[in-house]
Design a protein around this ligand. Structure first.
Ligand code: TA6
Length: 299
């Protein structure tokens, strides 16, 4: 019996959750409910799609995304763990940690009040030696009137475990030049494009160049207003005091092989993070959960 057949036998739930072969031969869980649909890959524990009923897809996925073991998938909601951005000591290590490049196990599925799937990852011989911790990572994706993505890191070792993380969500936009993001006005941010200077802006965020900002001390929700598609995407969160906003714009998009030169127009990242001084130290036996709650409605 194929691994997909085994997964469907063990975890499939009628038409609510079925496992199939996705792009690049990756195993994907397809979730279906009256509220909409979603797809989650075992590779990276990564949400690939979220489409509310009668709406356009909420998440963006590059037409050039690589779907291959060991490579990060460009789009959806990559799981950046146990470090956000470059590794703090060793620049040779992959940016944004190793979780998004690893194969996760299916732990459970459920169809009680929402359709949900939980995947898990724990230390193994594949875990980079740079991360000498025992851990259990799980991601629970729940589909109801919103999409809730909860990343839980449990420290199963004997020493405190300090990690940074991101649910690195890519949202589909009609045209980056016509959208604005509210909810972060007046919030201090580290400008990754200007010598990490700390700045703030009283206005909603608009885009006419590359933007790469880590907002600090913010627990509130963001609203991405997209008049071109007459909708707003709301990103609420829990377990996070930092938010990242990114669009690569023209030059950086052209430098990324898994990113179409013109695709910067069609996306924006609003990332739910534990970054900068929001890095989390988890005592032995304890856990921390980072949650993003995503919904979309006509503007
Ligand atoms: O979250 C913003 C960011 O850190 C940007 O600096 C950019 O590097 C982006 O993540 C994508 O990183 P990746 O390693 O997925 O190409």
């Amino acid at each position: 019996m194929s691994s997909i057949q085994t997964l469907n036998e063990k975890f499939g739930i009628n038409s609510a959750i079925t496992f199939c072969e996705g792009p690049g031969g990756l195993t994907v869980a397809e979730m279906q409910s009256p509220f909409g649909s979603a797809k989650v890959a075992q590779h990276g524990g990564q949400v690939l799609e979220y489409t509310p009923t009668d709406q356009r897809p909420v998440l963006w996925l590059s037409d050039r995304a690589a779907f291959a073991p060991g490579k990060a998938i460009r789009g959806g909601i990559p799981v950046c763990w146990p470090w956000f951005g470059p590794h703090p000591e060793d620049s040779k290590l992959p940016a944004h940690g190793f979780a998004r490049n690893a194969l996760w196990d299916v732990i459970s599925t459920n169809s009680d009040d929402s359709i949900s799937i939980t995947l898990g990852l724990k230390q193994s011989e594949q875990t980079p030696s740079a991360w000498p911790h025992s851990f259990e990572l799980s991601i629970q994706v729940s589909l109801a009137s919103s999409l809730e993505v909860a990343l839980t890191a449990r420290n199963t070792g004997a020493l405190p475990m300090t990690c940074s993380a991101a649910l690195h969500s890519y949202f589909a936009m009609s045209n980056i030049s016509n959208i604005r993001i509210t909810g972060l006005e007046g919030t201090e941010y580290r400008d990754q494009l200007d010598c990490d200077k700390i700045k703030s802006d009283k206005s909603p965020i608009t885009f006419d160049r590359e933007v790469d900002r880590v907002y600090h001390d913010t627990t509130g929700e963001c609203l991405v207003e997209d008049p071109g598609w007459n909708r707003s995407i709301r990103i609420a969160k829990a377990g996070s005091r930092s938010t990242v906003v990114w669009n690569p714009w023209i030059a950086k998009a052209a430098r990324m092989e898994d990113f179409g030169d013109e695709e910067y127009r069609a996306m924006v990242c609003v990332e739910t993070t534990n970054a900068d001084d929001d890095t989390i130290t988890i005592p032995p036996g304890e856990k921390h959960t980072l949650t993003a709650i995503i919904s979309s409605s006509s503007a």
